[in-house]
Write a protein that binds this ligand. Sequence first.
Ligand SMILES: *Cc1c(COP(=O)(O)O)cnc(C)c1O
Length: 388
Amino acid sequence: MKRDTRIVKAGRSPLDHHGVVNPPVYHASTILKGSLESFRDGDKTPLEGVYYGHFGTPTTFAFEDAVAALEGYDRCVAVPTGIGAIAVPLLALLSAGDHVLVPDNSYGPTRRFCNNYLARFGIETTYYDQSIGGGIAALMTPKTRMVVLEAPGSLTFEVPDSPAIIAAAHAHGAKVMMDNTWSGGVYFAAKGFGVDISVQAATKYLSGHSDVMMGTICMDAALHRKIKRTQIDFGYSVAPDDCYLAQRGLRTLGIRLERHQESALTVAGWLRTRPEVKRLLHPAFADCPGHDYWKRDFTGSTGLFAVVLHDTRQEAVDALVDALEFFGIGESWGGFESLVSHPNPRKVRTAVPWTEAGQVVRFYVGLEDPLDLIADLEKGFNQMAAIG
Ligand SMILES: *Cc1c(COP(=O)(O)O)cnc(C)c1O
């Protein structure tokens, strides 16, 4: 089956549900058994099958099966948020005294989790220069058990040499967890590259409509038990209605991503010609650090990228952003509507300080007509010029 066929077919079996096309929503806490014997049987394998509402229902399993099939792993575990999908494997696989390597350009709350929680439990985090490649071997200690990857980085979009980092981690006996949200699990084949655990904020592209919070953790069978157990022990179960919405969003993932890709390339290409823009941080353009790795390792790009402006003034960004009509001002991305935000990488970096003076503006290109978006941005730049 080719990718788009898998996206449409995976995790559904209509004939098991009176021919209903989509998996039905099962609301459940109690799961009744016909006899005490079958209750005891179920108790032997609580992490498999329908056992107790908190452990998942057929609605949860249908969504998880669909995402596992999309990413090519044996199993998927759904959790209530993207950050939960990052926290659970770290908690499942690390113990006091262990060491984890995390890229310096990673998603802010990932750093927060490492600094505020892993540290309290005696697990040490080292932030590495995302351009380090195979050089990461030098940062590994006998206690290094996990290496985190994010490609591209959250605010500034540098693309790492993933195969070199993965190879170094495995040579050391460490597991690799990747935040694969940007590619939607579609344009970067984490499993093919040997990533042990591929996580996504399903809040973003997988659900795709700005109305669901969810995270997905994909892994092979050998790691499933530990990760599922941790999810259950922390009480991170997902609501069946959210699973339903997320699987409904998933069915159009292929065509949505193609449109996000095409429109973002159009908008980014236009931004690149603007005199106000100093540098375009979009992995598919040569200006972006790691562009050659993107070309080698990815099969496409998506809707999220940033620019560095020549202007160093906050007022200039305020004028630009406040003038925009079609780019909403708000957190998150991955929905159908365009968004703009104003990150400050200077505040978060520790391994490789961000020294570029110009203001950074992050754009998420939604499913609107890109020509409307470009006209909107032109209006924003005019407003920026008007403040002198
Ligand atoms: C949004 C995001 C997350 C976290 O997702 P939530 O569902 O908001 O918790 C994780 N990683 C990346 C790259 C994200 O953009």
